[in-house]
Write a protein that binds this ligand. Structure first.
Ligand code: BDR
Length: 326
């Protein structure tokens, strides 16, 4: 089986926790490091949650490093109303197994990531599940790493409707300057809200995970039940029998089978200066790679970003469930 060398950048976070559990369980991913950033919860809390999730997953040898405790140009704004005060639905992770055994890497995040990327014999893929503050610092301070970065798969942005604001998605809204720097610096694939909410689960799926003999499946079930509460009334999630969605984990599932999404290349810019739209990702869907370039008003030619705007959500959930239940 072909494997890829990856770094995960996370703000764990209910759905980051599910993404990490999934990535560790899949042989396709050789996880070189996990970096933490303030976002869904404070940096300290994110570091602890991430470390504990890796402990539970039996992956305490994967280095974890702490990065930025605040965005580049504004204050941190943790999302306790979505993820619970501790970031993981107020669950006690010690209830699922032994935690607290892994140490956090003592190096500054920037230097640690630089060493990992430059010393790796193969190009490194970065999985960005959080505000892009850590990557912005890295690309700005050590642009030489870009020579050994294959691509950044980004959960972030929205082409139409946001969640943090009417038009901005949480990760790009939390640190718009960082998103701007990263999309301009590195080859990126955007997994925006249009697809983020599609891999959805039913009460039955949650019950199946909760009643499985694996504590990690039980944890995933409890995390999905935890995030179902804030999703009540979110029409992109709760239609028909659907109650919850796997969020960030959907991006990592897609990496296992990218054919499950329709991916096109579009120019993408981040709104920085207008308070009404700050953090919005403006995806120019008038321009699609492969078509002859026309002279359009407000036309940019860079950065051109791969964007997943359609996905087979049920097939993605099947990959997630089959992995955690096996
Ligand atoms: C993003 O924000 C957080 O709630 C999730 O972890 C995800 O990364 C969705 O807007």
């Amino acid at each position: 089986m072909e494997t890829i060398d990856v770094i995960l950048d996370v703000d764990t976070g209910i759905d980051d926790a599910m993404a990490v559990l999934f990535a560790v369980a899949r042989e396709e991913f050789n996880i070189l490091a996990v970096s933490c950033v303030a976002g869904n919860a404070s940096l300290e809390r994110v570091g602890r949650n991430t470390r504990e999730i890796l402990d539970l997953a039996g992956a305490r040898d994967i280095p974890v490093v702490l990065g930025a405790d605040r965005p580049l140009a504004q204050d941190a704004a943790p999302a306790g109303h979505v993820h619970g005060l501790n970031g993981v639905a107020d669950l006690e992770l010690a209830d699922y197994g032994d935690v607290g055994l892994g140490e956090v890497d003592p190096r500054p995040c920037n230097e640690m990531l630089r060493e990992v990327i430059l010393n790796n014999p193969r190009p490194v893929t970065i999985i960005e599940l959080a505000p892009m503050t850590n990557l912005a610092h890295l690309f700005r301070d050590y642009p030489e790493v870009l020579g050994n970065v294959e691509k950044v798969w980004v959960m972030g942005g929205a082409a139409t409707v946001g969640n943090a604001t009417p038009v901005a998605e949480f990760n790009t809204w939390h640190d718009p300057e960082a998103a701007d720097i990263c999309l301009k610096a590195a080859p990126s694939l955007l997994y925006p809200l249009e697809v983020f909410y599609s891999p959805r689960v039913t009460d039955e799926d949650i019950a199946t995970l909760r009643s499985n003999s694996s504590p990690l499946a039980n944890l995933a079930g409890d995390l999905l039940a935890g995030i179902a509460k804030p999703y009540e009334g979110e029409p992109r999630v709760t239609t028909g029998a659907y109650r919850s969605c796997i969020g960030d984990a959907g991006l990592v599932c897609l990496m296992v089978n990218p054919e499950l999404a329709t991916i096109r290349r579009h120019p993408v810019r981040v709104s920085l200066h207008d308070p009404l739209t700050r953090g919005m990702t403006v995806v120019d869907q008038r321009w699609v790679d492969g078509l002859e370039v026309q002279a359009l008003p407000m036309q940019w030619t860079e950065p051109i970003v791969e964007v997943a705007l359609e996905i087979d959500g049920d097939a993605i959930v099947e990959i997630f469930m089959n992995t955690l239940l096996r």
